[in-house]
Design a protein. Structure first.
Length: 232
């Protein structure tokens, strides 16, 4: 499965070379806005752990807690009010890879999401049961890295460590009622930094990632769209 995902990612990279951001395929029939969105994500690989230790030492062993709160805040703050005047509500849920032998879910290649070989929408186990929502966003194979691109002495003799933070991931949207896939894609977001990675860079990287993932969907804004309860 991992090998297949690698091949799909490589294919996307070749087919869309030169196109930055989120490489997504979203259903043309998705013409309504949800009132609720549930973001389900698996473990994030932090390639440069020094950045996490320096900026978020309290989350070194629980990065998913910071990520969960940040995703919820970013999505809700960027979403325009719905046509009925209400605000989008976001739920987040982290599913640990390898917890009690449970592997990651696979949402990118399949029309169905499975966890430990079971349909994710039918699992009643409290640790894995999904919150009720109009739309589900599954994010997997999350990779966060920072790479130096330059350096030297800047103004006032300050040492510069210039570089780029990146976040890459596979993601898929699913209809909360029909469980049909509404779209999927491969996410690539970047954030430049100077003087080294800071808390601000982490936050900006996640906001960029949210914008990229939701860019072609009606979730954050769609002036001509009705909310889910009005259309179904």
């Amino acid at each position: 499965m991992k090998y297949l995902k690698f091949l799909l990612g490589a294919f996307l990279s070749l087919a869309l070379a030169g196109c930055g951001g989120s490489r997504a395929s979203i259903s043309e029939d998705w013409n309504w806005r949800p009132k609720t969105v549930a973001v389900i994500f698996s473990d994030a690989r932090i390639e440069n752990t020094d950045d996490l230790e320096d900026d978020w030492p309290e989350y070194v062993n629980s990065f998913h807690e910071w990520m969960s709160a940040e995703l919820k805040q970013d999505i809700e703050s960027m979403a325009r009010p719905l046509s009925d005047g209400s605000k989008l509500q976001v739920f987040t849920k982290y599913i640990a890879v390898g917890d009690s032998g449970i592997p990651t879910f696979y949402a990118f290649e399949s029309d169905k999401v499975t966890i430990d070989g079971k349909d994710a929408f039918t699992i009643s186990d409290e640790r894995l049961a999904l919150p009720a929502a109009d739309v589900y966003l599954f994010i997997e194979d999350i990779d966060i890295n920072s790479v130096l691109t330059g350096g030297g002495l800047g103004l006032l003799g300050l040492l510069l460590h210039e570089g780029i933070m990146t976040m890459k991931a596979f993601y898929s949207f699913y209809d909360g009622k029909t469980h049909e896939r509404l779209g999927n894609g491969y996410l690539e977001a970047e954030e430049e930094y100077v003087f080294g990675v800071s808390k601000s860079n982490w936050k900006k990287l996640f906001r960029r990632s949210v914008k990229r993932a939701f860019n072609k969907t009606p979730v954050l804004r769609c002036d001509q769209c009705s909310v889910r309860s009005e259309t179904n």
